[in-house]
Design a protein around this ligand. Structure first.
Ligand code: NAD
Length: 333
């Protein structure tokens, strides 16, 4: 039913049902690394929930998935770590029209068209790395954004992540841990041979491999990483996102070199087109493109909501199964 045509009572019921259903899907996905439904179904239900909550804000609850990042895994035996600054998610769009709307809102808030840094959206899980005097001392997962899990010993098995920076900086940096396509294919082949359930996708495989009490398992999974963020850019002496990426590389941190700074919206469509076809040739999975306001002072002006930064947006590639979306949603809701 179109949202405008819903009675308040129907809207309340549907909102509550979707909140509950998406929390359940989130638990399976974030805590058990074993999704119950395909991402595009989750995304479509989530978009419907956002639209419902926008029209009927009285039914937004503090535990709605729209108000929370990821999931706090209360069953995990890994130690908990409180993040010095919250680790957020990203807002997402699924078409160029929606991306243009986001750009129009951003440009209006800033008063001018700001340059954007375009990055590939790596299909992995977020990690925070703390370096003290250049030494890696702690690594943690995003968890629910406020509290994550201590995966220091696990991360130390990942070759791509340096235990020592090239400069003795004290800084927290963040990025994505991922499983390269070749490792993912080999792992699932082995799991099937061993009679185990294969992982649904590289992201779940990376998360399941990182969040292990036995670090030998993590080590055997051949994970890799890219760093793309710090909440402490002053320590790096940078004023732009693209500048931060360059400094990360100088410090010996792994970065994805496919970013591009652009000055006009039309260039985003070219980048998206380019990587929609190029993605199959990359050695790691990507599920979209992230558009970030490049200037860090403008990022600061735009700020964040409780869940997402206003200065960035993820454009998600369409799923291969897109044609079945409508039918699936009607069936699921
Ligand atoms: P997300 O993965 O859509 O986007 C946010 C994340 O993108 C960040 O936290 C970061 O880890 C990552 N990222 C990758 N490359 C980046 C880059 N260059 N710059 C910045 N960040 C980058 O959001 P989410 O909150 O982690 O999860 C929502 C997603 O998970 C949805 O796509 C949804 O489909 C999926 N999900 C699926 C199910 C299911 O049941 N299938 C359940 C819950 C969530």
């Amino acid at each position: 039913t179109p949202i405008e045509k819903l009675t308040t009572q129907d809207a309340q019921q549907e909102t509550a049902r979707l909140q509950k259903q998406l929390v359940q899907y989130g638990t399976a996905y974030y805590e058990e690394d074993a999704p119950l439904v395909e991402d595009y179904i989750y995304d479509a239900l989530y978009a419907r929930l956002i639209a419902l909550e926008e029209k009927f804000p009285q039914y937004v609850t503090p535990d709605s998935p729209t108000q929370n990042v990821g999931s706090a895994d209360t069953k995990s035996e890994l130690q908990k770590v409180v993040h010095p600054a919250p680790m957020l998610s990203l807002g997402d769009v699924f078409s160029l029209d929606e991306l243009n709307d986001w750009d129009a809102r951003t440009t209006k808030s800033l008063g001018n068209q700001a340059p954007y840094n375009l990055e590939l959206k790596i299909d992995g899980l977020a990690v925070a790395l703390t370096y003290v005097d250049g030494q890696l001392v702690q690594a943690s997962t995003r968890g629910n954004g406020i509290v994550g899990e201590d995966v220091t010993a696990n991360v130390k098995t990942i070759k791509a992540i340096p235990k020592k920076l090239t400069e003795p900086l004290t800084i927290e940096v963040r990025g994505e841990i991922y499983m390269p396509k070749a490792s993912f294919a080999a792992l699932n082949k082995q799991r099937e041979a061993d009679g185990l359930e294969p992982f649904a996708n590289p992201r779940n495989a990376a998360a399941g491999s990182l969040r292990q009490l036995n670090v030998k398992i993590t080590k055997s999974r051949n994970l890799a990483a890219f760093v793309y963020y710090t909440a402490e850019p002053d320590i790096l002496g940078v004023t732009t996102q693209s500048g931060a990426l360059e400094r990360f590389a100088e410090l010996g941190l792994p970065t994805d070199a496919h970013n591009r700074v652009i000055n006009k919206m039309a260039d985003i469509a070219d980048y998206i087109d380019e990587y929609t076809s190029e993605r199959e040739n990359l050695s790691y999975g990507i599920d979209g493109v992230v558009v970030k306001v490049n200037q860090l002072d403008l990022q600061f002006d735009l700020g964040n909501t409780v869940k997402i930064p206003r200065w960035a947006i993820a454009y998600k590639f369409p799923p291969e199964e897109a044609l079945t979306v409508v039918r699936d949603i009607e069936w699921t809701v």
